[in-house]
Design a protein around this ligand. Structure first.
Ligand code: GLP
Length: 244
């Protein structure tokens, strides 16, 4: 789907999320959301916060799983995704803290594999993700599934691509401060979501968006691995759709 502006696209996804939450609430059921970080989804969160304040949208029945987190990182670090999600979203809504799940970037290395298995299990125990919000990195990464990630990958510790680290350098005050690793949901974890909504804005995303949508499926561009999903929508602004 192409939109005149990125704000229109963000509002559209926010409305879809809000209807899903309300539908589930009316059935006394939980709504499980897969959430993303980065500059792209910020206005989706802003719009949901507005709906909470002005339209009485409640998040009491919402359970969230974030895609990824740097490793190692302390939750209170300025660049942590815990901090990002709190500042842009969770601090402003009525979600129960115990319903929020973000991969922990400060656990011991030895406990990471078990922790990742538990993360996957928890998603399944909650009935799977109803709607997964996604951005896309310039390497074609989804979450932190960098080039080389396979279709059957699950939540795990990964090495960040050098381009991804360069893109994050400004946030960390220099490349040397950017963590080398991250914990991310796998491609398979993402594919199991019932709906996937991928947002991309700006001309710097145009070329990777074209490859992700029109290119052949390859692990070299992890976003291409989404192509067969039954309920996947790309929401693009004019600039990001320019090469299609
Ligand atoms: C990071 C995140 C991704 C995100 C990407 C793009 O690498 N882990 O989930 O999609 O950045 O970020 P932006 O939306 O700022 O372009």
């Amino acid at each position: 789907l192409r939109f005149e502006t990125s704000t229109d696209a963000c509002k559209r996804v926010a409305r879809e999320i809000a209807s899903l939450i309300r539908l589930r609430a009316s059935e006394h059921r939980k709504c499980v959301l897969g959430l993303a970080t980065g500059s792209t989804p910020i206005r989706v969160y802003r719009e949901l916060v507005r709906m909470h304040r002005e339209d009485g949208l409640s998040f009491h029945n919402v359970i969230t799983f974030n895609l990824d987190e740097y490793y190692p990182i302390k939750p209170e670090a300025a660049q942590s995704y815990v901090r990002f999600m709190n500042e842009h979203f969770f601090n402003h809504i009525d979600i129960f803290r115990s319903n929020i799940h973000i991969p922990k970037g400060n656990i011991e290395l030895e406990s990471v594999p078990g922790y990742c298995r538990d993360y996957e299990e928890l998603i399944l125990k909650n009935g799977g993700i109803d709607l997964q919000l996604l951005g896309i990195g310039r390497t074609g990464h989804i979450g932190f599934n960098e080039p080389g990630a396979t279709r059957d990958s699950s939540t795990r510790l990964v090495k960040l691509d050098s381009l991804t680290r360069i893109d994050a350098a400004a946030d960390f005050g220099g490349l040397d401060n950017v963590p080398l690793l991250a914990i991310t949901m796998g491609v398979e974890t993402i594919l199991q979501a019932k709906r996937i909504r991928l947002l991309a804005f700006g001309q710097h995303k145009a070329s990777i968006v074209q490859k992700a949508i029109e290119g052949r499926m390859t692990t070299a561009i992890p976003a291409t691995l989404l192509q067969n999903h039954r309920n996947l929508q790309y929401l693009l602004d004019h600039d990001a759709a320019a090469c299609l």
